[in-house]
Design a protein around this ligand. Structure first.
Ligand SMILES: Cc1cc2nc3c(=O)[nH]c(=O)nc-3n(C[C@H](O)[C@H](O)[C@H](O)COP(=O)(O)O)c2cc1C
Ligand code: SF4
Ligand code: SF4
Length: 285
């Protein structure tokens, strides 16, 4: 089977999840190709794909704007190509499932048959920094799910993910972020710590950063992915309203995974449920 995965990723979590899922599918004998959704990236040819995966991080209980734009730009197909959403988020809250509503609607309009949604919890790139132990346990949570999830794709298994009216309502309210982000992003500034390395310019999936006189200048198309803020080696970006929620520096993922007792107090029950589900899935596969 020829499987194409198109994904948006600001700080690498969704890229990691999609890459690992595709690696698993390759090992199972499928032909896979990965395409980042970036303004400077080539457009995928989906005409002979047997299955499409669309990866994205949850932003304010919604899919990020570049993902919705990408889906709207797809050619209509008569083939009813099977399609799965692959999303990542920092917390295992049910509200996050509402982020699939609009992508599914667009995909259906375009003639794709949405078969299911995979969800992986990976460390936060905004709000607060997870501990290394939490990051490692999340990585394990992803790895434990991959074999069964790849099987579902291989068999084009159809499954639905519940999304209640409260989640839809919260997601709708949070959609204000889509309009707010380009405005907030214009006010990102660099501090004197900036050494003009240009890493932020290269990372920005929106082409929203230009180096001018050795310093980054922020444009009007920020999608709030936090890629620049997270990846700056000098922690030199001041993300305007998000300064108090800033997370800088990649996670290592190789610490001993957090035990149940060490799981962070915020949403502890939900994290434990997510981790135990993965372990259960692994035992029964
Ligand atoms: C602007 C913004 C909004 C976010 N909103 C949510 C959210 O509503 N729910 C959640 O669980 N995580 C949220 N996150 C966390 C990311 O979904 C999570 O860290 C994700 O794995 C990042 O993926 P990436 O590294 O591929 O960009 C948000 C992150 C950003 C930058
Ligand atoms: S990545 Fe950081 S140090 Fe490098 S140019 Fe951008 S803001 Fe400056
Ligand atoms: S400016 Fe920074 S936060 Fe905004 S889209 Fe580019 S990398 Fe993401």
């Amino acid at each position: 089977m020829k499987i194409v995965c198109c994904y948006f990723s600001g700080t690498g979590n969704t890229a990691r999840a999609c890459e690992e899922l595709m690696e698993q599918l390759e090992q199972n004998g499928h032909i896979t190709s990965l395409f980042p959704i970036r303004k400077d990236a080539e457009r995928p040819d989906l005409s002979d794909a047997d299955c499409l995966l669309v990866g994205y991080p949850v932003h304010g209980f919604n899919a990020p704007v570049p993902v919705l734009k990408f889906l709207k730009s797809l050619d209509k197909t008569q083939k009813k190509t099977p399609c799965y959403l692959v999303r990542t988020s920092g917390e295992p809250l049910k509200f996050n499932t509402a982020s699939g509503v609009t992508p599914k609607r667009i995909l259906k309009k375009k003639g794709y048959a949405v078969m299911g949604e995979f969800h992986y919890v990976l460390p936060y790139n905004i709000i607060f920094r997870h501990s290394d132990g939490m990051a490692a346990r999340m990585k394990r949570g992803l790895e434990l799910r991959l074999p069964a999830d790849a099987e579902k794709i291989a068999h084009i298994e159809q499954f639905s993910v519940k999304c209640g009216p409260v989640s839809r309502f919260v997601s709708l309210v949070c959609r204000i972020e889509h309009a707010a982000m380009p405005r907030i992003g214009r006010h990102f500034k660099t501090t004197e710590k900036c050494v003009g390395c240009g890493k932020c310019e290269k990372i920005c999936p929106q082409g929203n950063i230009r180096m001018e006189n050795g310093r980054p200048s922020f444009g009007k198309s920020c999608a709030g992915c936090m890629g620049c803020v997270f990846s700056c080696p000098q922690d030199a970006i001041h993300p305007a309203l998000f300064e108090g929620w800033k997370v800088n520096g990649a996670y290592t993922f190789d610490a001993p995974p957090a035990t149940d007792g060490e799981v962070c107090k915020y949403c502890k029950k939900a994290y434990l449920r997510y981790f135990h589900e993965g372990e259960e899935q692994d035992r029964s596969s």
